[in-house]
Design a protein around this ligand. Structure first.
Ligand code: SAM
Length: 286
């Protein structure tokens, strides 16, 4: 048993980890989150058979495996909570206002980016909206890119099997049209009560890839950008820098969807606020 006891997690090492995480992943771990971070790091310490936080810090910084361990650290600290139909008012705005506008004014190809997509539910929700819309507008070709900093969640997304609380909000129609029910024993979720596997037609529209929002490697020529429940983990300065890059990623006339609690009070001069009965989104008009 590892000796990674919280009482051995001294303030100096805690600060080292906080700074490292902020510099490399942009995520702010607040001063009062020592217990949270300690318990997340403990899992890595145990897996690596190390004796405690100090040794893990040295391993992370000095080891030849440092760059690999950096990703394992990201996996350990990111919060991946998501489920199908989360914030589905946004999907209504997309279907009722945004896609019709594209049908009229823009070309036939629409690129949607789900940034911080986690285990893929948001990207597949967007795929469902797109397929429904394309039924009446066969001239449109909508593609979706789902990205995340966690390779583990991307693997889950590509595997495309979902169960329990993740699928509770799906309608009967959506389940019937876009999913196959498979027996839990034949799935990667053997302990679940009910497992749904995403049908190929839904999968084909989505491409998952690794992307760190802290890098300069952003998807370009994006028409619709969803980045929900991601920015809350970053401080104001980092949010501001991300907004600049999102702005550059978007095509003129493109739309940005943020999480409900993520009010955009930066770059108001560049992104126009669009209020709908179902919620607020942002448009790159200039
Ligand atoms: C709470 S989930 C949000 C999932 C989905 N967008 C939703 O609203 O349900 C936040 C996601 O952001 C990802 N994330 C955190 N830091 C990131 C970074 N630096 N670059 C890219 N993704 C990041 C996490 O891995 C996690 O999957």
């Amino acid at each position: 048993m590892s000796k990674a006891d919280l009482k051995d997690f001294d303030d100096h090492t805690f600060l080292n980890f906080r700074n490292y995480i902020y510099d490399n992943c942009g995520i702010v771990i607040k001063e009062d989150k020592k217990v949270f971070l300690g318990s997340r790091l403990r899992k890595r310490i145990k897996t690596l058979h190390l004796t405690g936080y100090d040794e893990y810090w040295n391993y992370l910084i000095n080891n030849s495996q440092s760059s690999i361990e950096k990703y394992n650290l990201f996996e350990a600290i990111t919060i991946n909570e998501t489920y199908f139909q989360r914030g589905n008012n946004h999907y209504k705005i997309l279907a009722d206002y945004v896609l019709p506008e594209f049908s009229l004014k823009h070309g036939n190809q629409i690129k949607i980016w789900s940034c911080g997509t986690s285990t893929g539910e948001e990207a597949y929700d967007l795929s469902m909206v797109s397929l429904e819309y394309e039924k009446d507008h066969p001239e449109l070709k909508i593609s979706i890119i789902g990205t995340d900093v966690s390779k583990r969640v991307l693997e889950f997304a590509r595997n495309a099997e979902y169960a329990d609380r993740r699928i509770n909000q799906l309608t009967e129609y959506q389940i019937h049209t876009y999913f196959n029910q498979i027996s839990p024993e034949n799935s990667t979720l053997p302990y679940a009560k009910k497992v749904l596997s995403v049908k190929p037609l839904l999968k084909e529209k989505v491409n998952f890839q690794y992307q760190n929002i802290m890098s300069d490697d952003y998807i370009l020529d994006v028409d619709v950008l969803f980045c929900r429940n991601v920015l809350i983990y970053f401080d104001k300065q980092t949010q501001y820098e991300i907004m600049q890059k999102f702005y550059n990623s978007l095509n003129h006339g493109g739309y940005l969807f943020l999480g409900y609690s993520e009010v955009l009070n930066i770059m108001p001069e560049k992104l126009v606020v669009c209020r709908f009965p179902e919620g607020t989104i942002y448009k790159k008009e200039f």
